[in-house]
Write a protein that binds this ligand. Structure first.
Ligand code: SF4
Length: 349
């Protein structure tokens, strides 16, 4: 549904400037932003996809991925079309990449409108404990996310933002008031790689991560091990940055890349590269490093950093084993950082 956007201003030369994300599109009348879903109509900026749901699913929170945030709970996950990044290997490109001009032609955006209160109602009806904003980047539906998140909070639900973190400080500050946890992609540690692969930039992403972490929100990071673009040197820098700028107990998910969209010339990440990245993370001193997108691997459980006990065993997104009591390893008593409102239970395989 078309509504006036929240974060924009007029420029001296008669355009409108969107300051929702660091792309900072300056648009003349009829101009469409890089995300494909915001446009200048008659001197005002509009978002065309407020509540235009393109995807909704109930997932285990582990799928976000969040491993140390209320493990095993169900989260209603929603998305609308568009994205402010353009990753070559996007696996959701059919919903994230909206051709410019589409918003003026496609009635889909009005016909799929779902009011915020209905999202909350459905989450409660299906026994979800949270709402996740994901699939495309939720930055792009920030106004809608904000309205759903406010209502979710009132209803006692948690809010989870699954994002690439390419958002400006002002909107982030407002959204963050309603968020409980973040799953953030830290794709590269090289601005050139960010620009070439994603049309993004490194520094704004680092600022986003630092900001939400400083606000005490639960944060887990994911790095897709993209061959060619993500070097071993960058992997080490990411691990060191997490340990130094955040904390060694921040979970870091290393995800296997598979070729999609415009990156079909790249191979899937070799398994040995994933294990190498895992070892780099551990050598740097990170306590919780995981390997994802690789079924049946030994690196998707939480091990106690002190005694090696399997504190939470996982197979894929399912919890198989729990040896955690009141946030501590039940063997040696080491504090396992996370948000554990209750002792998690196995969720079955
Ligand atoms: S949200 Fe869209 S219109 Fe706004 S600055 Fe980013 S890419 Fe441009």
């Amino acid at each position: 549904m078309r509504v006036e956007a929240k974060w924009w201003k007029k420029t001296e030369d008669g355009k409108v400037e969107c300051y929702l994300c660091p792309v900072s599109c300056k648009l003349k009348d009829g101009g469409v932003g890089s995300c494909g879903v915001r446009a200048n109509i008659g001197g005002k900026l509009y978002t065309f996809t407020y509540g235009s749901l393109i995807s909704a699913a109930i997932d285990p929170v582990e799928k976000k991925p969040l491993f140390h945030f209320l493990p095993g709970h169900r989260t209603l996950t929603i998305a609308t079309p568009g994205c402010n990044l353009h990753c070559k290997g996007c696996q959701n490109w059919e919903i994230s990449q909206v051709p410019k001009g589409e918003v003026f032609k496609n009635r889909f955006y009005d016909e799929t409108f779902v009011p915020p209160e209905l999202i909350v109602e459905k989450a409660l009806e299906h026994g979800c404990e949270s709402i996740s904003y994901s699939y495309s980047d939720p930055t792009i539906f920030a106004e809608y996310m904000l309205d759903v998140a406010k209502k979710a909070k009132e209803a006692g639900l948690k809010n989870i933002m699954v994002t690439a973190g390419f958002i400006n400080p002002e909107p982030l500050e407002e959204i963050d008031k309603y968020m409980d946890a973040y799953s953030i992609d830290l794709k590269f540690f090289d601005d050139k790689a960010y620009r070439e692969y994603s049309k993004g930039r490194l520094q704004p992403v680092l600022e986003t991560i630092k900001y939400v972490f400083s606000k005490g929100k639960w944060v887990e990071l994911t790095t897709l091990i993209v061959p060619k673009y993500l070097t071993e040197e960058q992997i080490k820098k990411i691990a060191e940055w997490i340990g130094n700028e955040l904390a060694p107990w921040v979970p870091w998910h290393l995800s296997r890349f598979f070729p999609h969209y415009k990156a079909t010339d790249l191979p899937p990440t070799p398994v040995e590269e994933l294990i190498k990245a895992y070892n780099i993370g551990k050598e740097v001193g990170l306590e919780y490093v995981f390997v994802g997108n690789l079924p049946g691997n030994n690196y998707e459980s939480t091990y106690c950093p002190k005694c090696g006990n399997t504190v939470i065993g996982r197979t894929g997104y399912f919890i198989t084993d729990v040896n955690l009591k009141e946030g501590k390893c039940n063997k040696c008593g080491y504090e396992i950082k996370g948000v554990w409102e209750k002792n998690p239970a196995p969720s079955g395989v």
